[in-house]
Design a protein around this ligand. Structure first.
Ligand code: F0G
Length: 460
């Protein structure tokens, strides 16, 4: 099986610890079978997220020493601004402390009460903000993107143009306030969006004067897939591709904790001077002055360098290759996953893994617990718990189409042997899958869309 070696060598290490199965069973019980409530020190290989978990390079650490911590007009801001302009090809840059703060500002500007916000699949933090604003987020990804068992397609993150046109026709263009394209699409496997789709969605939106925003947490991974899979882009540089992607939108938000290769930070980037001024006002109230927006000077320095490193071919080839390697190991062991593997992790299909556990008994959450119990590996459920909702009138549970366990691969952190540990543990569980039963929720917080962070479960 092909493994693309790391384009770096390791000069600082962080010890991780194995524990016993009995100890992990106790930990699970104390955490009420919710992986978010486990202590990180009790986790051996942590794949709960790819957010804020990257290893930084020597150049990033070195740049941090140059942090200019001035309140206003810091040199570090101007270095970050230049790096962002280079990657995004957009003029106005407002830093934020992380992605959801940029989402908040974006929602305040673009989400309008009683109007529809179209997306391929909105990420929860925008969804939450939109709901607070009284806007209706709708997911209009292509059908194959909602089916974890669909045949492999190169761009399962694409928006379905027919669905978009139908929504505009049905509701009226005046009732659609924004289109948000999330690249890559986090909710369905880190699946990319093609340049053609971004171009066509943007043209359709423009026809009706609807602004387009790109949620760009994983912009470099998306650009890499365009380079690999879309005719006409094979010889382009990654930054040429990212700039073309953003040429089709008015504004972009970014959680820099992913493809920024940093542990904290966010961006609100726009080509509209008016939108920029609005964002500045909100940043000053909620984040910090315009030239730091909740980030320290040293963190802006690390991001300025990280963004550039994330756009290097050698890094992206290794990065996406590592995710594919884990996917191939799982497929070799017969484990059902979303295909093809996407940018930041492997998503195991909970329905096909545990066909005997109905969705209301949380098959993917059960798998998260089984994996931790078996091996100390922590993944995360993206299914009935995380994306379940309740009918506002009857209070009845509504279950999402996708029912998966996401195994995120941290950037530049784990080796191929760590990935083998994950694959072997899952294979052992898969062999005795009939023995597992479902779970029930015994505690959930009042905000259903956020219940997965704090929920408590019992095994059935
Ligand atoms: N947009 C997308 C597409 C994301 O994946 C995330 C975070 C955010 C916005 C919010 O950014 O965390 O910096 O405030 N995703 C993480 C995850 C948490 O695990 O997928 P943030």
């Amino acid at each position: 099986m092909e493994y693309i070696p790391e384009p770096f060598r390791i000069k600082m290490v962080e010890p991780i610890h194995k524990t016993t199965k009995e100890y992990r069973q106790q930990c699970l019980k104390e955490a009420q079978y919710n992986a978010f409530r486990l202590k990180a020190r009790d986790v051996y290989i942590d794949c709960i997220t790819d957010s804020g978990t990257s290893a930084m390079s020597q150049n990033q650490w070195a740049a941090m020493f140059m942090g200019d911590e001035s309140y206003a007009g810091a040199e570090s801001f101007y270095r970050l601004e230049a790096s962002v302009q280079d990657v995004f090809g957009m003029p106005y840059v407002q830093p934020t402390h992380q992605g959801r703060a940029a989402d908040y500002i974006m929602a305040q500007i673009y989400a309008k009460k009683g109007k529809y916000a179209i997306g391929n699949m909105h990420f929860d933090t925008f969804r939450g903000n939109a709901e607070v604003m009284g806007a209706y987020p709708v997911d209009l990804c292509i059908d194959e993107g909602f089916d974890a068992a669909s045949d492999p397609l190169p761009f399962k993150g694409n928006i379905d143009l027919n669905k978009m046109q139908a929504l505009i026709d049905e509701k009226g263009a005046d009732n659609v306030c924004v289109v948000i394209i999330t690249v890559t699409c986090n909710n369905n496997g880190g699946q990319p969006v093609s340049m053609q789709n971004i171009r066509e969605v943007s043209a359709l939106a423009k026809k009706y004067n609807i602004p387009v925003v790109i949620d760009s947490a994983r912009l470099a991974e998306n650009a890499w897939f365009i380079k690999q899979r879309e005719p006409g882009y094979e010889n382009k540089e990654i930054k040429e591709i990212t700039r073309e992607m953003f040429s089709y939108c008015e504004t972009a938000t970014m959680s820099s904790k992913k493809d920024g290769l940093v542990n904290i930070g966010g961006l609100f980037v726009t080509r509209s001077e008016d939108v920029y001024h609005q964002a500045n006002q909100m940043a000053i109230v909620h984040e910090g002055f315009i030239t730091y927006g909740g980030m320290s000077g040293r963190d802006m320095e690390a991001l300025a360098v990280g963004l550039q490193e994330a756009c290097e071919d050698s890094y992206l080839e290794y990065r996406t290759g590592q995710v594919k390697f884990l996917g191939d190991l799982l497929m070799e062991r017969g484990i059902p996953i979303i295909q093809p593997t996407g940018g930041h992790g492997v998503y195991v299909d909970g329905r096909r893994f545990f066909p005997h556990i109905p969705q209301h008994e949380f098959p993917s959450q059960r798998l998260v617990c089984a994996l931790y119990e078996e091996s100390g590996v922590r993944a995360v459920e993206i299914g009935a718990c995380a994306f379940g909702s309740k009918d506002p009138v009857t209070g009845e549970d509504i279950f999402p189409e996708l029912e998966t366990m996401r195994i995120c691969v941290n950037r530049r952190v784990y080796t191929s042997d760590h990935l083998r540990v994950i694959a072997d543990a899952l294979a052992r569980i898969y062999e005795r899958r009939d023995q597992y039963k479902g779970m029930k929720i015994v505690y959930e917080g009042p905000i259903v869309s956020l219940r997965h962070f704090t929920a408590g479960f019992e095994l059935l």
